[in-house]
Ligand binder design. Structure first.
Ligand SMILES: Nc1ncnc2c1ncn2[C@@H]1O[C@H](COP(=O)(O)OP(=O)(O)OP(=O)(O)O)[C@@H](O)[C@H]1O
Ligand SMILES: [Mg+2]
Length: 404
């Protein structure tokens, strides 16, 4: 920029959020900045060498002939720029406001060194970079990786604006080893789990682990209490508290039955239980008749006369036939506490168990005849967060587009 710049531009307005500059000689002003455009940065300085950095927001051509006399032979234009920060005494970019002596006397297009100062101010070892400045492709935009990944991130934009593309780019960068890791020959320790709602990310990660409706192993017994109840209990039925208490009891007892070595399994423990057996248990409760004759103490009584002390020993393996309701003294028998209470509950369990759309969850088969049980837990976890041992990318994509 020549020392006498009064022929090139004129500062029209300086306000906290707007600096207006009239550019009189466009060719001189741009010099070799051929990519000067909306979104470019300007450096505006005063006599004492304080500089504000401002972002060009709009551009308009100024009428150069007034009253029929040409004021200048060249058309001039007006730039509206928004101040975004300033350069401190060491030339380092700082965000925020800074006073500038009025009128400022120099305007120039911010050079690469300034732009780098704005965007590449992150410490070298924390740099995480997934984008370049649109107006200047050679300027990388780095963020502090530690801060970036330790918070929630939202990628927002109107439809078709490139959100999915941006997410893919961020994740691709996230799984690739840093320069330092490459140099030391160590793996990038990240593992990314991507829930792909629309099945659109596979092509961006050709070497990813891919799970979908056909190969995802997610047995129901990994669900916690809330999830189980949400799936099987209809909370607006007026006996739902009984459904919950008996479902909970039978799940815990069934977990005990199948995991005898575990001390006091809880409702939420990730341990195998058989949903089919729980269904059978609830069915038996729903049909239960108890003996009321003198010595029978209201114990459940089967049609062959067996009196049941421990329901768990009889109710999981098969549906039982009970004695019939009777008021005769010798055969006195009446309905158990939940007889007929669980008609709808039993039907709901049946229809969920037989729903093909839920088969991946409720009937996951290890082989044609075996189920995944507690000892498969590590293998099940490994499909999500395990390391690939075949040199694949450390990302698991769960394609949810085919789940209903
Ligand atoms: N940085 C980019 N440069 C050029 N084209 C891009 C860029 N990012 C995305 N696109 C293209 O724009 C189109 C829409 O991108 P994308 O699917 O990522 O948008 P989206 O915001 O996720 O849309 P939707 O709201 O429909 O999910 C795609 O065809 C993609 O190839
Ligand atoms: Mg999208």
């Amino acid at each position: 920029m020549p020392s006498d710049t009064t022929e090139i531009f004129r500062i029209l307005t300086v306000a906290p959020n707007l600096i207006q500059i009239e550019v009189l000689d466009a060719d001189q002003f741009k010099q070799d900045a051929s990519d000067f455009t909306i979104g470019s940065y300007l450096k505006i300085s005063d006599d004492s060498n304080t500089s504000i950095i401002a972002l060009v927001q709009s551009f308009k051509i100024k009428e150069t002939t007034i009253g029929g006399t040409a004021a200048t032979t060249k058309p001039s234009f007006i730039l509206d720029a928004q101040p975004i920060g300033f350069l401190d005494e060491n030339g380092k970019f700082k965000r925020g406001g800074q006073q500038i002596a009025i009128p400022p006397n120099n305007v120039s297009i911010a050079d690469d060194a300034i732009l780098k100062g704005i965007y590449e101010s992150v410490e070298e070892e924390k740099k995480f970079c997934f984008a370049n400045l649109a107006q200047k492709q050679n300027i990388e935009i780095a963020v502090d990786g530690d801060k970036f990944f330790s918070k929630h991130i939202a990628v927002v934009g109107s439809t078709g604006s490139g959100k999915s593309g941006t997410v893919a780019r961020i994740l691709q960068e996230g799984i690739s080893p840093s320069a330092d890791q490459t140099q030391r020959g160590v793996l990038n320790n990240t593992h990314i789990l991507l829930f792909d709602l629309h099945g659109e990310y596979k092509t961006a990660f050709p070497k990813s682990k891919k799970l979908d409706v056909n190969n995802l192993v997610l047995p129901y017994w990994l669900m916690n209490s809330e999830e189980l109840e949400e799936m099987f209990i209809e909370s607006n039925e007026n006996n739902s508290h009984n459904q919950i208490s008996q479902f909970r009891y039978s799940v815990i007892q069934n977990k005990k039955k199948h995991n005898p070595s575990v001390v006091n399994p809880s409702y939420d423990s990730p341990l195998y239980f058989s949903l089919k057996e729980v269904h059978t248990f609830i069915t038996n409760l729903n049909n239960e008749v108890v003996g009321k004759a003198d010595t029978e103490n209201a114990r459940p009584k089967l049609s062959d006369g067996t009196l049941i002390d421990d329901r768990c020993a009889y109710y999981f393996d098969q549906t039982r036939t009970f004695v019939v309701y009777s008021t005769a003294a010798a055969t006195k028998a009446s309905n158990g506490p939940f007889n007929g209470e669980f008609d709808r509950f039993v039907m709901r369990l049946e229809s969920k168990i037989n729903d093909d759309r839920l088969a991946f969850l409720l009937k996951p088969k290890k082989t044609a005849t075996t189920e995944f049980t507690t000892e498969d837990f590590p293998t099940i976890l490994k499909q999500f967060i395990g390391y690939n041992d075949d040199g694949k990318d450390n990302i698991t994509i769960i394609d949810l587009s085919e789940f209903h």
